[in-house]
Write a protein that binds this ligand. Structure first.
Ligand code: ADP
Ligand code: MG
Length: 399
């Protein structure tokens, strides 16, 4: 199922509606603390400009529940940052509809860039954006000739600004960022080069049940570290001390271990602390000797070796979830070693990172350039890995 992309369109002099994910973190004073998401959309924006299109950009930002939320969630500072990044004026129009917006669009010339206000301002009036109000989708679609969806971070939601527009316009295509997410994550799930290894971790099993279930179906090996490993260890009959464990998920973990038929690898040992504290005393413990007053906060050295060995022969790897509390130096080693092992097999193997904290770990170890793909979507990449159809992607027209 190939999707149409921005490359398939003739953009010259066209009014090109571009849905981006500029939901950037803002400081109290309204300044942008991290512009990664803006930078990630630049290839598509630059392409639209270079092809002579008129780029009409829009995104949601934060949540809009009250009139006051509008002041703290305006797209104006985002438009200013974009203008600096592309070194070109970005005309900001502080509304989401009406004559001022329509006139500004009518005045655009080939290569111009315009951004209108936060799409969620429409949520104040009956959640029109978030409930994919039909009239709103049609109205926004009427503002342009073609639609480019580059907002992967919103793809798990059926909103007016992605799904609504797609349903009401002649051409709805993927931008380069959305295309990359589909090619890497979708590609790994649908047609992975094998061996395909999934590495899972993070805090809780309950956050990721469907990810585990889906990847168990597809992957050749599923390595499980991080906090979620202890529910599986408990299911195998080990005592896990004060480690994070979800007692109501132990039966599920048992079932998964049975279904997995040896595919799941938990390793052999953990690094424990006496407390969840950066300065706590640490020990390395085999699974069968975790004392009652210690908690596992990282995978142990024998586990690291086993995971590295499996990773070394992989052709495709999807990694979601840190292997320990990597935010604390004493418990960062497992996550770091896994990241380094993945950096080692790149670019021979395809290596994909999904999940906000996993991406933050890769950044912490300065290994971002050593991965095939680091997903920009938090919730969206999780739902993609769960095997769900993402409405924002489904709505993009087929090639
Ligand atoms: P992602 O955002 O990549 O999907 P998660 O949000 O699921 O990852 O989990 C990340 C968090 O899991 C990190 O903040 C990390 O400190 C925590 N974590 C990892 N291992 C453990 C552990 N053994 N005990 C407690 N927390 C852990
Ligand atoms: Mg997280």
């Amino acid at each position: 199922m190939a999707k149409k992309t921005v490359r398939d369109l003739n953009l010259k002099d066209k009014k090109v509606l571009v849905r981006v994910d500029f939901n950037v973190p803002l400081a109290k004073d309204g300044s942008i603390t991290d512009d990664t998401r803006i930078v990630a959309a630049l290839p598509t924006i630059e392409y639209v400009i270079a092809q002579g299109g008129k780029a009409i950009l829009f995104s949601h930002l934060g949540r809009i529940k009250t009139e006051e939320d509008k002041a703290t969630n305006s797209m104006k500072p985002v438009a200013e940052r974009l203008s600096q990044l592309i070194n070109k004026p970005v005309k900001f129009v502080g509304v989401t509809r009406g004559k001022a917006l329509e006139d500004a669009i009518a005045e655009m010339k080939s290569g111009d860039v315009l951004m209108f206000e936060n799409t969620r301002f429409e949520d104040l009036d009956g959640n029109k954006e978030s409930k994919n109000n039909d009239e709103l989708g049609k109205y926004w679609a009427s503002l342009g000739d073609v639609f480019v969806n580059d907002a992967f971070g919103t793809a798990h939601r059926a909103h007016a600004s992605n799904v609504g527009i797609s349903a009401n316009i002649k051409e709805a295509v993927a931008g380069f960022l959305l295309e990359k997410e589909i090619n890497f994550i979708g590609g790994a799930l649908e047609n992975p080069k094998r061996p395909f290894v999934a590495i899972l971790g993070g805090a809780k099993v309950s956050d990721k049940i469907e990810v585990i279930q889906n990847l168990l179906k597809i992957a050749d090996k599923v390595l499980i570290g991080g906090g979620m490993a202890f529910t599986f260890l408990k299911a195998q009959g080990f005592e896990v001390g004060k480690s994070l464990v979800e007692l109501d998920k132990v039966d599920l973990a048992k079932e998964l271990l049975e279904q997995a038929n040896g595919k799941i690898e938990l390793g052999f040992d953990v690094v424990t602390g006496k407390a969840f504290d950066a300065n706590t005393e640490t020990n390395v413990r085999d699974f069968d000797s975790i004392p009652a007053d210690e908690m596992g906060l990282d995978i142990g050295p024998k586990t690291v070796e086993r995971f590295k060995e499996i990773i070394s022969s992989a052709q495709t790897v999807v990694w979601n979830g840190p292997q320990g509390v990597f935010e604390m130096e004493k418990f960062e080693n497992g996550t770091k070693q896994v990241a380094l092992a993945l950096a080692e097999i790149f670019p021979n193997a395809t290596t994909i990172v999904g999940g906000g904290d996993s991406a933050a770990a890769v950044a912490k170890f300065d290994l971002e350039s050593k991965f095939s793909h680091i997903s920009t979507g938090g919730g969206a990449s999780l739902e993609y890995l769960e095997g769900k159809v993402l409405p924002g992607i489904a709505a993009v027209h087929e090639a």
